[in-house]
Write a protein that binds this ligand. Structure first.
Ligand code: ATP
Ligand code: MG
Length: 553
């Protein structure tokens, strides 16, 4: 594993699958490109899946081909309809539409069964009654060869009968399975008589109670691909060896058309985990709240955090597709969303750690309306009205009683500019019994509304503010990375490197203009970061920090 500096990527390397396709097309092969995205509905999609989605759908788009969505639903134990719904929602949200109907591996359960019988009839599959542990043991390891099962040489008739019994529910789970008869001495463990079918007394979300035997992923995947006419079956590197098995199965079943499989390396991102198995642990152990917790890199978490489909697609395009192990910098993902939000976020003022200031020379009941741009560089965003009056909130960190010359904010007996408004001077402070500052009394130079002071004096800093009378109370979820180590995947106990500061909740105020913006608008709270309203909570106004304004680590 090594960190990849994005600028070092070469265009050529990034697109090796596209290069293969281009060559195929030049040779006149595969005129109608057909790809697919085959998620297993046993969890929510994460940004690793987005990489695969973008690759498959973009290839289909680029070469005017087709891309199918096929749920790889061969293991009902961990699958459910909620996961199916969330996956559909996420793919659409990312901006992709599959061709034709949604497909399921389970659509082909009848056919898989008949194909299994064909293999048995060719004496290429047998019913094994070894226990799962024995099967594992008999299979051998990378350094030791496998041993034939004592059930390997049953007659075809016996196997046909036993397989039927398996189907009819006459065996208990784990008491029998169907195995391909290939080669227990193969150098490739996957070829040592892999299991094709196992028994599971579990109702399936699509086929309900029809089956109690389910095909294994490897058997279903290659046949589904062939039945659907997938030309480029793109998957991640761990399936490299399985390619042999797919070829064997399709060959023995006399499929004329064999999809070509191409493998690329999985996406890994610093300070995060992407494996569904590990994500489930985080949820079960309440380290995060759910699949859409904004601290994990699921599509739904990223959406709640304020990431946009375009930013995710741009990220996937820029990281490219290679066969190299990689650990992408988290800051690179962040820069993708920051670049987009800089262009499209409305600017607002929000005070996250409020400190009261009173402008003593400002008339008691007077309110001044100040017009400010919604976006400093883009006039099309228009202007907004902001109320200015005697009592305001500023950030606690924007005031220090005493500070060095480098401190460019408000200090006692010094001046600062309030964003898009006046220059104020801090004259005195009020403290509570604990010695904490609870109010700063200021005066305002009325001749400085959005203009330089007449006497030419220089004002060092600009701070943001919210009118106390008009500001709306809001809660801010300040997110930071979930893990403290760059590659938690390498840790024995990845939970030990959880960042205890991954979520800090703050209560503050936001200017009321926020109410005029449509729900889901991208926001920049000036000087604080990009934020996105969380609609999972109805009572309070809650904002999730999408990303800081500048690279923070
Ligand atoms: P996980 O380990 O998270 O459970 P998976 O590979 O088992 O992932 P699937 O639902 O089977 O999840 O994946 C659907 C597709 O997404 C597959 O083609 C798989 O190769 C791809 N995919 C999954 N994780 C990644 C990743 N981190 N990077 C790139 N592609 C991925
Ligand atoms: Mg899988």
């Amino acid at each position: 594993m090594f960190g990849i500096k994005m600028d070092k990527f070469k265009e050529k390397k990034r697109n090796f699958i596209r290069q293969i396709i281009q060559k195929d097309l030049m040779k006149g092969k595969n005129i109608n490109i057909c790809t697919r995205f085959p998620p297993e509905p046993n969890g929510y999609l994460h940004i690793g899946h987005a990489k695969s989605i973008c690759l498959n759908f973009e290839i289909a788009r680029e070469y005017k081909g087709k891309c199918y969505l096929r749920f790889d639903d061969t293991n009902p134990t961990k699958e459910n309809v909620n996961f199916i719904k969330s996956i559909i929602k996420d793919i659409k949200w990312l901006g992709y539409q599959w061709n034709g109907k949604i497909r399921y591996s389970s659509d082909y359960f009848d056919q898989f069964y008949l194909y299994a019988i064909q293999l048995i009839k060719k004496n290429l599959a047998y019913v094994d009654e070894l226990s799962p542990e024995e099967i594992r043991f008999y299979r051998g390891t990378r350094t030791s060869l496998g041993i034939d099962s004592p059930y390997r040489n049953r007659t075809i008739e016996e196997n046909l009968l036993l397989f039927k019994k398996m189907k009819n529910g006459e065996f208990l789970e784990k008491k029998a399975c169907l195995r391909a008869k290939i080669d227990m001495k193969s150098n490739f463990i996957v070829m040592r008589d892999p299991i094709l079918y196992r028994i599971k007394y579990i109702e399936h979300h699509q086929t309900k109670k029809k089956w109690c035997i389910y095909p294994m992923y490897d058997f279903a995947q290659c046949i589904s691909d062939a039945l659907e006419g997938i030309t480029h079956s793109i998957c991640t590197l761990e399936f490299q060896d399985n390619r042999r098995l797919y070829e064997w199965i399709l060959d023995k079943l006399n499929f004329k058309f064999h999809p070509k499989q191409y493998e690329f390396s999985r996406l890994n991102i610093e300070y995060s985990i992407l494996s569904k198995r590990k994500l489930i642990k985080l949820i079960e152990e309440k380290i995060v709240n759910n699949w859409d917790d904004p601290r994990i890199l699921t599509i739904s978490g990223l959406r709640r955090r304020g990431y946009t489909p375009l930013a995710i697609r741009n990220f996937c395009e820029k990281i490219g597709v290679t066969k190299q192990e990689n650990l992408i910098e988290l800051s690179f993902l962040e820069s993708c969303i920051r670049d987009e939000l800089n262009k499209k976020a409305y600017r607002l003022m929000a005070v996250i750690n409020p400190l009261k200031i009173v402008i003593e020379n400002f008339p008691q009941d007077y309110e001044e309306i100040i017009f400010m741009p919604n976006h400093p560089q883009n006039k099309n965003f228009g202007m907004k009205k902001v109320f200015f009056n005697r009592e305001l909130w500023i950030e606690k960190s924007d005031f220090l009683e005493k500070a060095s010359d480098q401190y460019r904010r408000l200090t006692l007996n010094n001046e600062v500019r309030l964003r898009n408004a006046y220059i104020i001077r801090a004259n005195k402070i009020e403290k509570n019994k604990k010695g904490e500052i609870i109010c700063v009394y200021c005066s305002c130079d009325f001749d400085t509304l959005n203009k330089h002071p007449k006497d030419g004096r220089k004002i060092k800093g600009v701070i943001h503010w919210v009118s106390i009378k008009h500001g709306l109370p809001a809660i801010f979820h300040i997110y930071d990375k979930l893990f403290m180590t760059k590659n938690p995947n390498l840790e024995d106990n990845f939970k030990e490197s959880i960042n205890p500061q991954s979520l800090i909740i703050k209560k503050g105020f936001i200017e009321p203009h926020f109410k005029n913006l449509k729900l889901g608008t991208a926001l920049q709270f000036e000087r604080e970061g990009y934020f996105y309203q969380d609609t999972n909570f109805s009572q309070n106004i809650i904002f999730n920090r999408t990303v800081t304004l500048k690279k923070s680590f």
